[in-house]
Write a protein that binds this ligand. Structure first.
Ligand SMILES: Nc1ncnc2c1ncn2[C@@H]1O[C@H](COP(=O)(O)OP(=O)(O)OP(=O)(O)O)[C@@H](O)[C@H]1O
Ligand SMILES: [Mg+2]
Length: 470
């Protein structure tokens, strides 16, 4: 009996050792993955599966928000590391690496004891789930995805800049290309009057909160801005600051790459809510006739006819160098909610730039700079900041270079600018961002004393009224 017992024990030990060694060999050689794959395909024979597709676009070519959420969720799963192909990207921090699912990969997930398989097909995510589990877990699983991705979105939200491209295959689905939006400009870094900055911020903030107010009025929940002023005065930087403040993605429409009016509609339909729709240099497109888009189409975007059908919660921003070259119908009061003027640098803006670029709050050369500004010379903030950056190691040299540049290149520019503006401002409801000699007056004109008059006349500026109600 003892012999039989010992023999059995010996065989059992040998068997265990064999299993152990076999496992070690499988793991060491990587054959374990082949075995696992075979086992799961054998297991598949005993189950009936059901498939659910999550396409990127719906039948009207609008983006499917669920697709975005599922993708975000899948990219956050640790099992993504086990798929055969995974894309590696740097994250927000330089030492951070993020993983993104590669097309045609299968990702496995578990929830409430059930297994889910996600297949990343072109423009579609396919969910494979056992029929037996479907009733019990599908709904809770989708809710779980919603919750996790919303949470993830809040914490990790990386703003995106979308640009429209010309697609050789005429594939309308793929007209937007996105990159992370990392423009460093914020309202804090912009040299503009601080009171005006606060008013713009509060305008944007109250817009965010005013969904019900807009709907009660039967208005599309959108806000539009016209930024106009010479080159290098901060219009694009201001757009970046707005996007960051609102935490909105930016859709920068290049009108020269839009085929026709219906193409513009498609592009807008494919943009998502909570976004800034930007059309820069509007005056240039129309004066150079470099766009196939008609003026009436632009007007209908401005009036919100298109935006109402492709979701709301959008801020539209148009920029131009001057108002002279555009059709006055674009500037018709009430069409664009807020007009902001970006002037060349004045002494106040210069001091802000000197503080941020050179760390100077005051300097013995400041009175000389002030005098030059008072004589009507000016440069754009871009030109002045470039000179400051180039000479940042020696503030005195930087100031002298700015003085020289103002004396040689900046002569009379601001004077011209002020002259032109004072003509524009007659009967003008919305000259806002003006930092020249009339800055205080013009500021009041927009947000204060003259606001009531302007509202009655044009209904363009409803800031205070809306804040109260919204
Ligand atoms: N008001 C400002 N405050 C701080 N920096 C500014 C300001 N205006 C311009 N700059 C600097 O100048 C650079 C160019 O500015 P930006 O591109 O915003 O000008 P723009 O008005 O959009 O010019 P353009 O009409 O040529 O597109 C920015 O990188 C920014 O650093
Ligand atoms: Mg610009």
């Amino acid at each position: 009996m003892t012999i039989v017992y010992n023999l059995f024990f010996l065989i059992f030990s040998l068997f265990l050792t064999y299993i152990f060694l076999f496992r070690v060999v499988l793991i060491r050689t990587g054959l374990i993955y082949i075995v696992k794959k075979k086992c799961s395909s054998i297991e598949d024979w005993f189950h009936v599966y059901q498939f659910f597709k999550v396409p990127e676009f719906n039948e009207s070519m609008q983006r499917n928000q669920l697709y975005h959420k599922v993708l975000l969720y899948l990219n956050s799963l640790t099992s993504i590391e086990d798929s055969d192909f995974t894309n590696l990207f740097t994250g927000k921090k330089s030492n951070e690496i993020v993983l993104h699912l590669d097309p045609n990969q299968i990702l496995e997930d578990e929830f409430l004891g059930a297994k889910f398989f996600w297949i990343n097909e072109e423009n579609t995510l396919v969910l494979k789930i056992r029929k037996a589990d479907k009733r019990r877990v599908l709904r809770p699983y989708l809710q779980h995805i919603h919750m996790v991705s919303d949470d993830f979105d809040e914490k990790k939200r990386e703003l995106k800049l979308y640009v429209n491209v010309v697609d050789k295959h005429d594939d309308r689905k793929g007209r937007w290309r996105s990159v992370p939006f990392t423009h460093p400009s914020t309202f804090e870094t912009l040299a503009m009057e601080s009171d005006l900055k606060e008013k713009v911020k509060s305008d944007l903030y109250s817009f965010l909160k005013a969904k019900h107010y807009y709907h009660r009025l039967g208005r599309v929940w959108k806000r539009s801005y016209l930024l106009y002023g010479p080159s290098g005065t901060g219009k694009s930087s201001f757009i970046a600051a707005m996007a960051k403040f609102l935490s909105y993605d930016v859709y920068d429409i290049d009108l020269s790459k839009v085929y026709d009016d219906s193409d513009l509609k498609f592009l807008l339909l494919q943009s998502t809510t909570k976004s800034l729709i930007v059309i820069e240099d509007l005056d240039r497109y129309f004066s150079e006739k470099s766009t196939a888009v008609s003026l009436s189409e632009i007007l209908s975007i401005m009036d919100g006819i298109l935006t109402s059908s492709c979701g709301e919660e959008r801020v539209m921003v148009f920029t131009m160098n001057g108002k002279d070259l555009v059709d006055p119908v674009i500037l018709r009061p009430g069409r664009i909610d807020v007009h902001l003027h970006f002037p060349l640098c004045n002494f106040t803006a210069f001091k802000t730039l000197a503080n941020s670029y050179l760390g100077l709050k005051d300097h013995k050369l400041f009175p000389q700079v002030e005098e030059i500004f008072q004589n009507g010379a000016s440069l754009s903030p871009a030109e002045i900041s470039e000179l400051m950056i180039a000479n940042r190691n020696s503030p005195s040299r930087a100031l002298k270079t700015v003085i020289n540049a103002l004396q040689s290149d900046g002569d009379g520019r601001e004077a011209l600018n002020i002259r032109r503006r004072s003509v524009e401002e007659i009967g003008e409801p919305s000259g806002a961002f003006c930092k020249g000699i009339n800055a205080g007056k013009e500021f009041k004109k927009l947000y204060g004393l003259l606001r009531v008059k302007a509202c009655r006349k044009y209904q363009s500026f409803d800031l205070i009224g809306r804040q109260n109600e919204g």
